[in-house]
Design a protein around this ligand. Structure first.
Ligand code: ARG
Length: 466
C-alpha cells in the first residue's frame, strides 16, 4: 500500500522491514484515544482558522464513522500502514477525500503517539485504581472477620511473637494504600498534554494547545516541545508502580502458598481458586498465588526493559521509543487480572484459627512477654533477656514450653517470678498488651480499621476526579 510519507522514496519498503517496523499489531488498542485526539486537534485547527469549519466537520464526521467501524469489526488494520495513526488517517482520506489530508497540519506522529499513550494510560489508571480499591476492601474485610484470630508472627520465618491474623492482613492493606498513592502520582505525571510539539520544535501555525488540553481533560500542557515528544517518564512511573504492587502481591502469594501447605495448614483456598494435578489425585495447588508471584518477574522485566531502552537515547523522538508499548500494555493486563483474581481468592479463603492458636500455644512466642514481665518488676531488660533465655533453654531440655514450668522451676532463674507470671505470658495477654500505636493489640487494631476506612474514603474522592 502507498505510504503516507512516500514522496521522497523511489523504492517500496522491503516486506521484512515493513513487518519489523510496524506497530499496528499492538498499538491498535489505542484507536479510541487516537480518534479522540484527532477530533480535538481538528476542532482546534478550525477554531484557530487554520482549516475551515466545514473541513473540520467533514474530518470529525469521518473519524466518528471510523470509530463505529472499528467497534463493529469493519476495519482491517494493515501492516503496510505501520501504525494506528496512519491506518486511521489513510481510511479517513479514502472516505472523505483529500480534505482528510488536512488533519495532519501542525502535527506529527511523534506528538500524536505521545498524546494517545497519555490518554490511554489515564483511562487505564482509573480502571486499575478501582480494582486496587476492591482488593484493599477484600483485605480489610478479611481482617475484620479475624479480629481475634491469633497466629504466630515471624521473623526469619522463625516464630517470633503472637499477633492477630487481622494485624498481619492489615500490613498488606497499608502496603496497598501506598500503591494507591503511587498510582495517583502516576496519574498526575500522565496528566500533561503533549500535542502541538509536532515533530519536536513546535509549529509555524497559530495553534491553541490549552484548548486541546481542555477538550481532552488534561490539567496541564508540556512546557517544552522537545520534552513533550521525548518523555516516557509517565510510562516508567507506571511500570515502577506496577512492579512495587506486584512485589507486594508476590510476598502475600508466598505466604499463602506456605500457609496452605499441609505443614502449615493455616488457610485453605477455595476449590474454585485452586487447581489439581494430572497425576496425583490428592493434590490441590495454589496456582493463582503462584502465578501472581511468577508474573511479578515479568512486570519487573518490563520496567527494566523500558529503563534500558530509554537510557541511551538522544533527544528527541527515536524509533526505539516504539518499544514502550508492548511492555506497558502487558503490564496493564497483568496488573488488572492479578488484582481481580486476588480479591476473589481472598474472599473465599478459609482461615484455620484453631490450628494457628494451637501452634502458637506450643512454642516460645511468649518469651519476650516473660522478659517484659521481669522488666516491669525492676530488672534491666538485658538481664531479663538472659534470665528468659536460660528458662527457654531449660524448657527445651525438659521438653516443655514456658507456661508449663512450675513457679519453683522459674525461680531458679530469678526470684522476681511470682504467681502472676502465668497470666502475663498467656497468649491472649501477649496480644492484648501490645497496645502501642500501630501494635497488634485488639484496641490498636480497631483504631487501624478506622484509619483504613478513612483512607478508602479519600481514595474514592481521588478516583472521581480521574
Ligand atoms: N508507531 C510509532 C511509535 O509507536 C509512532 C511514532 C512514529 N514516528 C516516527 N517518526 N516514525 O512510536
Amino acid at each position: 500500500m502507498a505510504k503516507l510519507w512516500g514522496g521522497r522514496f523511489t523504492k517500496n519498503t522491503d516486506v521484512v522491514v515493513e513487518e519489523f517496523t510496524s506497530s499496528i499489531a499492538f498499538d491498535q488498542r489505542m484507536y479510541r484515544e487516537d480518534i479522540a485526539g484527532s477530533i480535538a486537534h481538528a476542532t482546534m485547527l478550525a477554531k484557530c482558522g487554520i482549516i475551515a469549519d466545514n473541513e473540520a466537520q467533514a474530518i470529525i464526521t469521518g473519524l466518528q464513522k471510523i470509530l463505529a467501524d472499528i467497534e463493529a469489526g469493519n476495519f482491517t488494520f494493515e501492516v503496510s500502514l505501520e501504525d494506528i495513526h496512519m491506518n486511521i488517517e489513510k481510511r479517513l482520506t479514502e472516505q472523505i477525500g483529500p480534505v482528510g489530508g488536512k488533519l495532519h497540519t501542525a502535527r506529527s506522529r511523534n506528538d500524536q503517539v505521545a498524546l494517545d499513550t497519555h490518554l490511554y494510560i489515564k483511562r487505564e489508571i482509573k480502571d486499575i485504581a478501582g480494582r486496587l480499591m476492591a482488593l484493599q476492601q477484600a483485605v480489610l474485610e478479611l481482617a475484620e472477620q479475624n479480629r481475634t484470630t491469633i497466629m504466630p508472627g515471624y521473623t526469619h520465618l522463625q516464630r517470633a511473637q503472637p499477633i492477630t491474623f487481622a494485624h498481619h492482613m492489615m500490613a498488606y492493606f497499608y502496603m496497598l494504600s501506598r500503591d494507591f498513592r503511587r498510582l495517583d502520582g502516576v496519574w498526575q505525571g500522565a496528566d500533561i498534554m503533549p500535542l502541538g510539539a509536532a515533530a519536536l520544535a513546535g509549529t509555524t501555525f497559530p495553534i491553541d494547545r490549552q484548548f486541546v488540553a481542555q477538550q481532552l481533560n488534561f490539567g496541564r500542557v508540556y512546557e517544552n516541545s522537545i520534552d513533550a515528544v521525548s518523555d516516557r517518564d509517565y510510562i516508567l512511573e507506571f511500570l515502577s508502580f506496577a512492579s512495587i504492587l506486584m512485589m507486594h502481591l508476590s510476598r502475600l502469594s508466598e505466604e499463602i502458598i506456605l500457609w496452605s501447605s499441609t505443614e502449615f495448614n493455616f488457610v485453605e483456598l477455595d476449590d474454585a481458586h485452586s487447581t489439581g494435578s494430572s497425576i496425583m489425585p490428592q493434590k490441590k495447588n495454589p496456582d493463582v498465588a503462584e502465578l501472581v508471584r511468577g508474573k511479578t518477574g515479568r512486570v519487573i522485566g518490563h520496567l527494566m526493559a523500558m529503563l534500558t531502552v530509554a537510557k541511551g537515547l538522544p533527544l528527541a523522538y527515536n524509533k526505539d521509543l516504539q518499544e514502550d508499548k508492548e511492555g506497558l500494555f502487558d503490564t496493564i493486563d497483568t496488573v488488572k487480572f492479578s488484582l481481580t483474581v486476588y480479591a476473589s481468592m481472598l474472599k473465599s479463603m478459609k482461615v484455620n484459627g484453631q490450628r494457628m492458636l494451637e501452634v502458637v500455644s506450643n512454642d516460645f512466642s511468649n518469651a519476650t512477654d516473660m522478659a517484659d514481665y521481669l522488666v516491669k518488676k525492676g530488672l534491666p531488660f538485658r538481664q531479663a533477656h538472659e534470665v528468659v533465655g536460660k528458662s527457654v533453654r531449660y524448657s527445651i531440655d525438659q521438653d516443655k514450653v514456658l507456661a508449663e514450668l512450675t513457679l519453683a522451676e522459674l525461680q531458679q532463674f530469678s526470684p522476681l517470678f511470682a504467681a502472676d507470671i502465668l497470666e502475663a505470658i498467656s497468649i491472649d495477654s501477649c496480644v492484648k498488651n501490645r497496645n502501642s500505636y500501630g501494635g497488634t493489640s485488639y484496641s490498636a487494631q480497631e483504631q487501624s480499621f478506622v484509619t483504613a476506612r478513612a483512607i478508602l474514603a479519600q481514595q474514592s474522592e481521588k478516583i472521581i476526579k480521574y
